[in-house]
Write a protein that binds this ligand. Structure first.
Ligand code: PEP
Ligand code: MG
Length: 570
């Protein structure tokens, strides 16, 4: 039987199910001992909670890293919040025992956080539920299940994996994690990835069917669980598991290496991210910076646009995570296939050619200035943020955006708010118009980043999401490749750095061409960082040059692709 969820941590785990049932924390038999007694029981429990949590954080810090340990110390801060504390005291004053006070206040907070349309807030709900369970266990003297004692080869199956549960995990005993709730950016997912344990989360239907001792295969790359698989499936997955381990071991060697070609020439290797939490994953994956932060994701799945403060906090968090490294933040790239309902964008016949991205933003200075101000302010501390404009087609757009940016600077100056006065401004080169006037644009920009996803779509006149014309959507077409070479040349002539942040940056076939054309920076999805570094390492400039020359002499996409794959180094 196959169950499906979200693949939240890559890899394949094969083992026996251990189902973690909710702990029974019944306090109906507890007598109210009077205000003073209950208050002192609560104080004792708080002190023990703090002591236990600090111990767990130290263990986690040693096992995984200090960033992950902060998730736990954050729980102590949360529980010590004066308002939360006073609500617990009030409940005791009103005649509740310490258990009821903790239960009621934590449940209230968890519901409040869970109702907010924001991933980070929802994670807090999970933290408060964890605090509730652990505080009740302390008050009731209930040991609960000791996860650190699980037998080797266990697959943990739980409703939710709380950070404190994760700490008890021993990598030598647990081979995978399956939960009913939790998203890719939930703390459980972050920790699972940090511990490199395959995890499938949000298995909404079917976790009830898993019983203790069932055989499970957890494919964290595909988000699939095989429940009691037959022999044939098992051997298929054993093979897949071995391949994965082999591949990982091979690539891991590159985690702390510099990104250089075979002769030591250096390139920057950055990651593309869509959320604040992904910046941490990028760093752990060996990224040397952020080449594209798709900020439109901050605007999605909610009822109204994020405030200046909320955006400022998000950009600052990424900037701090990447301290000492560059962070290129793209301004709102809405429209096309990325709809944001509350922005009131009209339905259009051809949304990819319509009122979107920079076009929309320049017509909504009220909205755009909020983002620009947030960016300028967030850059004040680390001075590592660069602003990038999407879908540029003309010089006027760049100039208009610069005027708005100037206006924001003057406002911040008048308000005496700190901001980065020298924040660089660059553009995505992702339209044929921008590519063809790259020499002119380079005079007015601090950097370029080539968006091959859109560039290919517009050059080839192929909707990048339309499966019927998928065969025509290829960056190997000589038209796309000639434009790439031209854009990179224009940047070099103007002496501005040029990166590439479309999917093509991670395409092994294209790497010798990009090296030869003179790209300074590759920005790829987090999962592709190490593989891209490994590919770059393989090439000598002269070999890449010869392959590039041969490829550019061919006249069809199929011919070029076939040749480049045969020439690619494995
Ligand atoms: C691109 O167009 O190549 C790009 C990186 O941006 P997006 O995929 O977000 O359009
Ligand atoms: Mg794009």
């Amino acid at each position: 039987m196959i169950l499906r969820g979200i693949g939240a941590s890559e890899g394949i785990g094969i083992g026996k199910a251990v189902c973690i049932r909710e702990q029974k924390l019944d306090y109906s038999m507890v007598h109210y001992g009077g205000k003073n007694v209950e208050k002192s029981r609560l104080q004792d429990a708080l002190a023990r909670f703090e002591e236990k949590t600090n111990r767990m954080a130290q263990r986690l810090s040693a096992q995984v890293g200090s960033k992950e340990a902060q998730i736990l110390t954050g729980q102590i801060m949360m529980l010590n919040d004066p308002f939360m504390q006073s609500q617990m005291q009030d409940a005791i004053e009103a005649g509740q025992c310490a258990e009821a006070a903790v239960d009621q206040v934590c449940t209230l907070y968890a519901e409040m956080f869970a109702g907010v349309d924001d991933e980070l807030m929802r994670q807090r709900a999970s933290d408060v539920r964890d605090i509730r369970t652990r505080m009740l266990a302390i008050l009731l003297n209930s040991g609960g299940m000791d996860i650190s004692e699980l037998p080797a080869g266990s697959v943990l199956v739980a409703h939710e994996l709380t950070p404190s549960m994760t700490v008890g995990l021993k990598k030598e005993n647990v081979v995978a994690i399956v939960t009913k709730t939790g998203g890719r950016t939930s703390h459980s997912a972050i920790l699972a990835r940090a511990m490199e344990l395959p995890a499938v989360l949000q298995v909404r239907k079917g976790t009830e069917q898993i019983k203790d001792g069932d055989s499970l295969i957890v494919d964290g790359s595909e988000g699939i669980i095989q429940l009691n698989p037959d022999q044939q499936t098992l051997s298929q997955y054993l093979k897949k598991q071995a391949e994965f381990a082999h591949q990982k071991a091979r690539l891991n060697v590159y985690r702390d290496k510099e990104t250089v070609d075979a002769e030591g020439r250096h390139f920057s290797l950055y990651a593309n991210i869509g959320s604040v939490t992904e910046a941490q994953t990028a760093l752990q994956a060996g990224a040397e910076g952020i080449g594209l932060f798709r900020t439109e994701f901050l605007f999605m799945d909610r009822q109204n646009s994020p405030s200046e403060l909320e955006q400022y906090e998000a950009y600052l968090a990424v900037s701090r995570t990447m301290a000492g490294k560059e962070v290129i933040i793209r301004t709102l790239d809405v429209g096309g296939d990325k709809a944001v309902d509350y922005l009131g964008m009209e339905r259009e016949e051809n949304p990819f050619l319509g009122h979107r991205a920079i076009r929309y933003c320049l017509d909504r200075p009220d909205l755009y200035k909020v983002q620009l101000r947030a960016l300028l302010r967030a850059g004040a501390e680390q001075k590592n943020i660069k602003i990038m404009l999407p879908l540029v087609t003309s010089l006027e757009e760049v100039r208009q955006a610069k005027r708005l940016l100037e206006c924001c600077k003057q406002e911040l100056e008048a308000e005496k708010l700190p901001y980065d006065k020298e924040m660089p401004l660059g553009i995505m080169v992702e339209t044929p118009a921008a590519a063809l006037i790259a020499d002119l644009l380079a005079q007015e920009c601090d950097f370029f980043s080539i968006g091959t996803n859109d560039l290919t779509q517009y050059v080839m006149a192929v909707d990048r999401g339309n499966a019927r014309v998928e065969n025509l959507y290829t960056p190997f077409h000589p038209a796309v490749l000639r434009l790439l070479a031209q854009i990179i040349q224009a940047a070099a002539k103007a002496q501005i750095p040029v990166g590439i942040c479309g999917e093509a940056a991670a395409n092994p076939g294209l790497i010798p061409l990009l090296l030869t054309f003179g790209v300074d920076e590759f920005s790829v999805s987090v999962a592709s960082v190490l593989a891209t570094r490994a590919h770059i390492h393989q090439w000598r400039a002269s070999e890449a040059q010869a392959v590039s020359q041969e490829a550019m002499g061919l006249s069809t996409a199929a011919g070029i692709e076939g040749y480049l794959y045969s020439a690619a180094k494995r």
